[in-house]
Design a binder for this molecule. Structure first.
Ligand SMILES: NC(=O)c1ccc[n+]([C@@H]2O[C@H](COP(=O)([O-])OP(=O)(O)OC[C@H]3O[C@@H](n4cnc5c(N)ncnc54)[C@H](O)[C@@H]3O)[C@@H](O)[C@H]2O)c1
Ligand SMILES: O=C(O)CC[C@@H](O)C(=O)O
Length: 469
């Protein structure tokens, strides 16, 4: 798990901050300085590169897939990292070949980082999901192997909520069908089964970032809002939480899904749930493709139970723009396409300029903070740990990061190893089986860093050690 180090250039490394570039928050002081002259003197005599945990930013290799926004790419390139950015996801064999080499991978919803892929990722330090969902990553496996995962928890929530509002009106007025008919040259002026949305009931399943935002927008347009969530949550406006999913299905004219992909949410809307829904109601799914049983939806629409549906997400999605969405990918694709009043969109709920720019900045900043400073704030699979930045007037300091199994007695052993140095500050936290320790130590000579690293790595609890200086 050691990023390669060119020890000659390590001496002149400086690290700047993307926060400064983007004016996103108050600028922290410069964090990691070049090693002091005494270290440089020691380095100057070395000929062969020596593998140590500290790295040069230029050595960090990053692979970005799925057209990560240029805002994110620029932040990462601005750090001096080597960045390769591809517009698509990759087939698993190609992904495995590439992931072996990189320290950081940036993905969106399409790339599956399962155990098989992560097992090959021998150099990987961190994953950036440039989206909300993290179900495409085996978070537990990653944590157990010291790989931290970051996402952008709400930068595209508004975009999704706005799309759903558009879809509610589009379905209620059968706009998709009327537009398709006009495109084919047919004038079909109808009002039968076309409705206003005022006074209708919107049932939101999952009242998190997106669901609650949608609640406010829908009420502003005169809808009544009810919601179902596994957690008891404060109702916004005059919306009302209902105790069960069945209650929601029985009462709602429009049902919209905003739950994460979890074992409990897979197939959450299937035959039994369609039976509970009102005749002539509508279903919208912009959460994850696994949440709705599509053959059951096809049946419910053919029978007239469901008057319209909007789907943005599917169990299997094509890898790239221009790819086909056919029965080869999902065996019911043609059935879906044959239905009327169904809106099919290619997973674009969060695809707006605003959302993608914001996500690019947020996730790239989290990656920079983690790579350069070891800060895990916002990580979805590691304990969150932060220490004040080291500053230029702390010349002989090093930051020790020790990711380890969460077992008794580790802190004592770590502090024995660090004991000869002054531990200025230290933080340790755990999440499940994995614990994360960060310690800033002073009066460290460059030669001592290898000893510290070797000693920590020799502990049976060790998952990954990094020393930043
Ligand atoms: N279509 C898109 O482009 C797009 C964009 C963003 C997010 N998403 C998807 O939407 C999902 C929701 O996003 P969010 O930001 O609102 O998430 P969130 O975590 O803020 O909210 C999810 C809510 O669902 C609730 N929940 C979990 N399990 C539940 C269950 N079994 N029954 C009822 N409620 C349950 C949670 O308690 C939470 O309140 C994401 O996980 C992601 O998969 C899709
Ligand atoms: O942009 C994407 O690929 C994913 C969008 C959305 O599903 C998310 O999880 O944020």
């Amino acid at each position: 798990m050691t990023p390669p180090v060119d020890i000659h250039t390590a001496a002149s490394r400086t690290v700047s901050h993307s926060w400064d570039q983007n004016n996103l928050s108050t600028s922290p002081t410069i964090t990691f300085q070049s090693p002091p002259n005494s270290w440089g003197g020691a380095l100057a005599h070395r000929v062969a590169p020596k593998q140590l945990k500290p790295f040069n930013t230029q050595d960090i290799k990053i692979l970005l897939l799925e057209n990560v926004n240029t805002t994110g790419q620029e932040i990462l390139r601005g750090q001096g990292y080597q960045v390769e950015a591809l517009k698509t996801s990759l087939p698993e064999d190609q992904l495995i070949a590439k992931i072996r080499d990189v320290h950081v991978i940036g993905i969106r919803s399409k790339t599956k980082l399962n155990e098989r892929v992560l097992r090959e990722a021998k150099n990987l330090l961190v994953v950036g999901c440039f989206c909300i969902g993290t179900n495409q990553v085996d978070l537990e496996y990653a944590a157990r192997h010291g790989i931290s995962v970051f996402n952008s928890p709400f930068a595209n929530s508004r975009s999704v909520a706005e799309l759903v509002i558009a879809e509610i009106i589009t379905l209620a007025r059968q706009l998709g069908d009327r537009s398709n008919e006009m495109h084919r040259g047919t004038w079909n002026k109808v009002s039968a089964k076309c409705w206003e949305i005022r006074g209708k009931t919107l049932g939101i399943v999952g009242y998190g970032h997106i669901g609650s935002q949608l609640s406010v927008l829908a009420e502003a347009m005169g809808m009544n809002v009810i919601y179902y969530d596994v957690v008891t949550l404060m109702a916004l406006g005059t919306s009302r939480q209902v105790p069960t999913l069945e209650n929601l299905l029985e009462e709602a004219d429009f049902v919209t899904l905003h739950v994460p992909d979890l074992p409990e949410t897979r197939g959450m809307i299937s035959t039994a749930q369609f039976e509970k829904m009102k005749i002539g109601s509508y279903l919208i799914n912009a959460s994850r493709g696994t949440v709705v049983d599509i053959p059951a939806l096809v049946k419910a629409m053919r029978s007239g139970k469901v008057a319209g549906a909007a789907l943005d997400v599917y169990p299997n999605e094509p890898a790239a723009n221009g790819d086909y969405f056919t029965n080869n990918l999902n065996q019911w694709a043609e059935d879906l396409r044959s239905l009327t009043n169904i809106i099919l969109t290619p997973h674009i709920g969060g695809s707006t300029e605003e959302a993608q720019r914001a996500i690019g900045i947020e996730v790239a900043d989290a990656l920079v903070r983690y790579i350069n400073q070891g800060i895990t704030l916002g990580s979805v699979n590691m304990p969150e740990a932060q220490l004040r930045s080291l500053t230029l007037d702390e010349p002989n300091h090093a930051r020790v990061i020790y990711i380890h199994r969460n077992v008794p007695g580790v802190l004592r052993k770590v502090n024995e190893i660090l004991g000869d140095h002054n531990v200025d500050k230290q933080i340790s936290d755990s999440k499940g089986d994995v614990a994360y320790l960060m310690a800033d130590i002073s009066n460290v000579r460059y030669e001592e860093i290898k000893d510290i690293t070797d000693n920590l790595e020799a502990l049976s609890s060790c998952i990954m050690t990094r020393v930043l200086y």
